[in-house]
Design a protein around this ligand. Structure first.
Ligand SMILES: Cc1cc2nc3c(=O)[nH]c(=O)nc-3n(C[C@H](O)[C@H](O)[C@H](O)COP(=O)(O)OP(=O)(O)OC[C@H]3O[C@@H](n4cnc5c(N)ncnc54)[C@H](O)[C@@H]3O)c2cc1C
Length: 377
């Protein structure tokens, strides 16, 4: 049983990449933090993700960027910094690589969308190059056979990637080193409040008292918030991934084609993703999606048709109605916050989310104005 007397500065409800990043950042700034997760920390969407980190706007453009774009801009250099700090503190290499990435369009319609996106990147000072068949084939020889078929192709040198399970392990180890109390197998069932404040969380293993609370429960945040009488528009959007075992070096950088992608790992594995499915809290891989992902991979990289399938998995992205994350204070309770609903970009935005939420929760000026991302929007 949890000691009912233990009191923390902050209790985070849910230990995915958002909760763990925030815990690490809060404890670095002196807070006594507990992260309760009903399963093991970092094993849900944050484990399942592909690890792609698209580049944010250049620093000179943060003034014209939206809050979420600004958050992406702040997050981008933090990923490189955090990689170094996590490695130093824990000895775990999260696999961060500033590898660059390709974006290709397989049809004229997709080409038009990609050109519009490139125009948006230009307005935000994101570095890119439009590339032709020869340059594409030089960058990624495995794409040469199909390169003349693409309606458009761009190279984004600042796009990066990391390996989600390793990142989660590193965050868990770093939090532990900083004295964060990580409680696994502890489900938050309810809250007790007094005088406009939450005083404790009622869990499957006793109660936990804290001065402040933050809901970081991914796609389950709506269920947790319902215990506070709030109706939130966070829902799960399933993403499936098929993992192929390829030879090392088949691809050097990840390739995005519309909503689909191939992400290479150094040892040769290729992640083929992903789907966007509104099927409730159902985590499973389906025959139809597996076939479609393999067809996509073979159309892009014919060599993949002969590769063995190593495994497949799915995860539940925390999505909101307007596609924007929910960040800020829950006005009904002065000591309760939310950081959830990051959809397809939770890993990308996680360091920025952590530094901004840490500042808000400790009463200092955040680097990004996220006032428009509150739950009352
Ligand atoms: C297939 C796929 C590919 C993706 N690829 C990328 C990518 O390339 N780049 C990118 O930026 N993003 C990507 N994402 C999105 C990203 O993974 C998510 O946005 C991010 O992981 C969300 O993190 P989270 O901490 O909010 O949620 P989660 O990781 O889901 O964590 C929530 C945690 O809360 C816990 N919890 C729930 N209810 C309770 C409760 N009542 N009590 C206690 N604990 C509770 C859960 O056990 C869980 O551990 C991808 C997602 C998927 C599924």
């Amino acid at each position: 049983m949890t000691n009912p007397e233990s009191t923390y500065d902050v209790l985070l409800v849910g230990g995915g990449v958002i909760g763990l990043s925030l815990a690490w950042e809060l404890s670095r700034h002196g807070a006594k933090v507990c992260v309760a997760d009903r399963g093991l920390h970092g094993q849900e969407a944050s484990w399942a993700g592909a690890g792609m980190i698209p580049p944010g706007p250049g620093k000179d453009f943060w003034g014209v960027a939206s809050p979420v774009e600004h958050l992406a801009g702040v997050s981008q250099p933090l990923h490189a910094e955090w990689h170094g700090r996590l490695l130093e503190q824990t000895g775990i290499d999260n696999g961060y690589q500033a590898s660059g990435a390709l974006h290709v369009a397989e049809s004229e319609a997709e080409g038009e969308l990609l050109r519009q996106e490139a125009e948006h990147w230009r307005r935000l000072g994101t570095e890119w190059q439009s590339i032709g068949v020869a340059e594409l084939s030089d960058l990624e020889p495995a794409l040469a056979a199909r390169a003349n078929r693409f309606a458009a192709a761009y190279y984004l040198p600042q796009e990066s990637q990391l390996r989600n399970p390793r990142h989660a392990h590193a965050l868990v180890a770093a939090c532990q080193k900083q004295g964060v109390d990580l409680r696994s197998g502890v489900e938050i069932h309810d809250f007790k409040s007094a005088g406009g404040r939450i005083v404790s969380a009622v869990t499957s293993r006793g109660s936990i008292r804290a001065e402040q609370f933050c809901l970081t429960a991914g796609c389950w945040t709506g269920q947790v918030a319902a215990k506070l009488g709030l109706e939130l528009s966070v829902k799960p959007i399933r993403g499936q991934i098929v993992l192929l075992h390829g030879p090392a070096g088949l691809l050097s950088r990840h390739v995005n084609a519309g909503k689909r992608y191939v992400v290479p790992r150094r040892e040769g594995r290729l992640l083929i993703g992903s789907t966007m499915e509104d099927v409730g809290f159902l985590k499973q891989n389906t025959a139809a999606a597996t076939a479609e992902l393999l067809r996509f991979a073979a159309s892009l990289l014919p060599a993949t048709a002969d590769l063995p399938i190593e495994t497949s998995w799915s995860g539940l992205r925390p999505a909101t109605n307007d596609g924007l994350p929910l960040m800020g204070r829950i006005s009904r309770f002065e000591n309760t916050w939310i950081a959830a609903g990051h959809g397809r970009s939770g890993l990308q935005l996680s360091p920025g989310t952590a530094v901004v939420m840490r500042a808000l929760m400790q009463g200092t000026q955040p680097e990004v104005d996220v006032s428009s991302l509150g739950i009352e929007r």
